[in-house]
Ligand binder design. Sequence first.
Ligand code: AMP
Ligand code: ZN
Length: 478
Amino acid sequence: MGEIRFQNTLSGRVEPFVPLTPGVARIYSCGPTVYDFAHIGNFRTFVFQDVLRRFLAMEGFRIQQVMNLTDVDDRIIQNAAAAGVGIREYTENYVKAFLEDMGALGLERPEKIVRATDHIEQMVALVERLRDRTYTYASDGSIYYRIAKFPAYGKLSKIDVSGMQAGARVETDRYEKEDVRDFALWKAPKPGEHFWETRIGPGRPGWHLECSAMAMHYLGETLDIHTGGIDLAFPHHENEIAQSEAATGKPFVHYWLHGEHLLVDGEKMSKSLGNFYTLRDLFARGHKPSSIRYLLASVPYRRQLNFTMDGLQQAASSVERLRNFAARLRAEKLPEGTTPGFAERALNAETEFLAGLGDDLNTAQALAAVFDLVRDANSAMDRSEFRSGDAPAVLSALDRFDRIFAVLKDRDAERLLALGYGTSEEISRQEVEHLVAERQAARKRRDFTAADQVRQKLLDRGILLEDTRDGGVRWKRK
Ligand code: AMP
Ligand code: ZN
């Protein structure tokens, strides 16, 4: 086990990772809000969390990772009410889609994936604990957290609470940055909306409460690592600290790891800006799961990553280069024996790879070590200086690489097919409909160039479109 260091948002420093229990890593990762499909910005954070767990496992840690599914919040309740279905029914499809998407991207399943709505009892108990310690007050049927009673508030996000107005409250879970307010732990029911009848009154949990209650329920009152995207540091994680530490009097989390955003044209990819792609959008355009995974993993999580189609193409060629090399290594008839120094060269690459990851998951450094090795091995092969005895050390380095990046073994076709996307020339109905909808949307916003491009793309794949008089569209295979 080499040294592992993480940039800890709480201390603001890079620190050696020392778990509470030797050999065990207890991790809580904020999961998706299941009110829609996750976009690839969300998946950048989930890929970072996956790289983290894979690396710690490779370093010999037993991983206990819990990820939540936020299956109750303001948007879910509103959308479900608008659709006239229960929240469980409403979220079911998105939970399913999320698990499928995880599979497509080769994300390992956390030991536990838990739903907020299955843990109302733990949330109620946490509110009671806070109430007993006088951290709460009631107002209009809701229960709020009194931030003024928790002097350490702001220690994670370094937010200044001095300008806070005592008693200023906010109901909504996701509010603007730098606006410190007492937040709702428990929200009064609204007419026609879903609520639970509980010991602390009727209502529903606030988002922050969900994560504190579930994290401590499964992982104990102090955990090693808590992860999420950087936008969650304030207020979500700050509020989690306030709730958990006020209730237990113990530190809640030792290492806070926050992933930087995936950007589009310099702005955060987000649902509200409309500048997002889901995985399925990209699959429908013919991109492979491995390219997306590679792209998201290749930039160290603490750096912003600007998403472009060019970048995605480059990621695809990097994966291709590695796959070609692995195939060459298997197929090439190598001369017997060993080349002096080559096994050592490969071993160094492996050490570099691990050192990169150990340095706050510096995936760029780790990848550079692998690509240098591949370049050297390729040119040694060209010169017939690569011998059969050199192969095992190189294969071992590749194996290490793939235990983290998980793109070498080509499972793209099978993963796409599992989601209903064909990779063969025969385009699936689902893909056609997706593209047709994309073209309709382009026409609606009068972007006829984009609409024509989609029509051409479909034509290339054997699909004829016929616009109907009523503005609709029919399609058939050529
Ligand atoms: P949500 O479903 O909004 O709760 O978000 C799920 C996860 O995705 C959280 O950890 C967010 O911080 C993260 N996230 C949201 N947008 C982005 C983005 N553009 N880039 C990276 N991570 C993001
Ligand atoms: Zn959370």
